[in-house]
Design a protein around this ligand. Structure first.
Ligand code: NAD
Length: 258
């Protein structure tokens, strides 16, 4: 059975960080359904390889790369391998992130602060640093960075994560202005509470934990990773050609009333 394509990204190449699970995996698969070749860059080689198998089962070519986005050399090497394998770069979803253990600001250790900021904010910076020149070289492209509801509101016990995710929005806006006229569109997506392995860790995977989180969602449920993927694909598509430098909040209404 052939599925009707909405965007048709045949011939396009997408680089997805944190593509080995959760939102990144769902987005990698959504791009694959539209015909794009997919590079899955993840700290977890096993996760990246599993996603690659899922992409290949849908038809398109894919490449798994082990990469820690907090390390600039890893990111550069992953993008070098992307060009080696696919000869171009059209889209990037800079999505890899990690959660902060809950603790008030004075109790956040320097180690936790550094890791949370290095991965969630530094990772996006390192990716864009190497992606933008490649996109300019290969005729333009679109980048979507993953922020969070925590990028637009403060959350008690989440100072480092909120600082990093707010930072992603500032970084997105500034870079977007720099390249708006040069055919590289840059935006961010801010997911609410999404049903992923990260959310399982946050809720402890229990019914009670999930109910506690769902209670924060006006819509009364968790979002699905596929609902975030839909927004990412739309932002990368040509119909979003006038969307530049914004953070699109997809959160079941969670931050609407705050
Ligand atoms: P997840 O933990 O389910 O998956 C994240 C993936 O990123 C994993 O495969 C992990 O191995 C990888 N990863 C972690 N650190 C990495 C690093 N340093 N380098 C490369 N890969 C790394 O998480 P998710 O829920 O899919 O979250 C994806 C993104 O969305 C993150 O940036 C997260 O902060 C953000 N987010 C998630 C939610 C949510 O409710 N799940 C809400 C808002 C924002």
């Amino acid at each position: 059975m052939t599925t009707k394509r909405r965007w048709n990204f045949e011939g396009k190449v997408v680089f997805v960080t944190g593509g080995g699970a959760g939102i990144g995996r769902a987005t990698a698969l959504a791009f694959a359904r539209e015909g794009a070749s997919v590079v899955v860059a993840d700290l977890s080689e096993a996760g990246a390889k599993e996603t690659v198998q899922m992409v290949e089962a849908l038809g398109p070519r894919a490449l798994a790369v082990k990469c820690d986005v907090s390390k600039p050399d890893d990111v550069k090497a992953a993008l070098d391998r992307t060009i080696e394998a696919f000869k171009r770069l059209d889209f990037a979803f800079n999505n890899a992130g990690c959660e902060q253990p809950i603790s008030y600001t004075p109790d956040v250790t320097d180690e936790v602060w550094k890791r949370i900021v290095d991965v969630n904010l530094g990772g996006v910076f390192h990716c864009m640093k190497y992606e933008i020149p490649l996109m300019l070289k290969y005729g333009g492209g679109a980048i979507v960075n993953t922020s969070s509801g925590a990028g637009v509101v403060g959350i008690r016990g989440q100072a480092a994560y909120c600082a990093a995710k707010h930072g992603v929005i500032g970084l997105t806006k500034s870079s977007a202005l720099e390249y708006a006229k040069e055919g590289v569109r840059i935006n961010a997506v801010c997911p609410g509470c999404i049903d992923t392995p990260m959310m399982d860790r946050f809720t402890g995977g229990t019914d009670e934990g999930r109910k506690r989180v769902m209670a924060q969602e006006p819509v009364g449920r968790l979002g699905t990773p596929e609902e975030i993927a839909e927004t990412v694909l739309w932002l990368c598509s040509d119909v979003a050609g006038f969307a530049i430098g914004h953070a699109v909040v997809v959160d079941g209404g969670q931050t609407a009333g705050l």
